[in-house]
Design a protein around this ligand. Sequence first.
Ligand code: CU
Length: 199
Amino acid sequence: MKTKASQIAVVLGAFLGGLVLFLGAIFLVTGLSPASINRAPAGIGGPFHLIDQNGKPFSDRDMEGRPYLVFFGYTHCPDICPTELTELSALMHTLGPDADRAGVLFVTVDPERDTQAVLKDYMSSFDPHLRGLTGDRAAIDAAIKDYRVYAKKVPLDAGDYSMDHTAIVYLMDKNGRFIAPFNMDRTADAEAAELRRYF
Ligand SMILES: [Cu+2]
């Protein structure tokens, strides 16, 4: 029979092992080593100049004073984007009136198809606090590079294509600095509580 101490050691070991795996996974998906995260947490993100779904110019300055979440994707996405945007909508709904003190930016990695009109139609399915952003190829490429997003065209039949893309939700503080990947595998209440810490 195991002693109490050895049981605790096993549980603790499993927990620490899980933590190492979890952190390792974050560093893998963000493409950063732990050392570079410590040195340069501001290495992700940066100024951008895009167009929102209503056709208005939108830049990082428009989020000044509010923490926000950034997610890259595209409207033709069959699963990940609609799921993520639905969960982000639930988060904004949970924030209630506080949703105005935060924001969610959905940046297209497929500006050729995701025109302002297409984005406007697509975003109407989600919470109004979600802002869809597009722009010319150069502006989108600059945002993709600054956020270290992976986005690649995958040809399908008949000239059609899908996009492989990074599915990280980036948590930015009210000065536009990257804090950490935002964990969406939680209840909307837990997510809202974390976002409120950065108001
Ligand atoms: Cu997607």
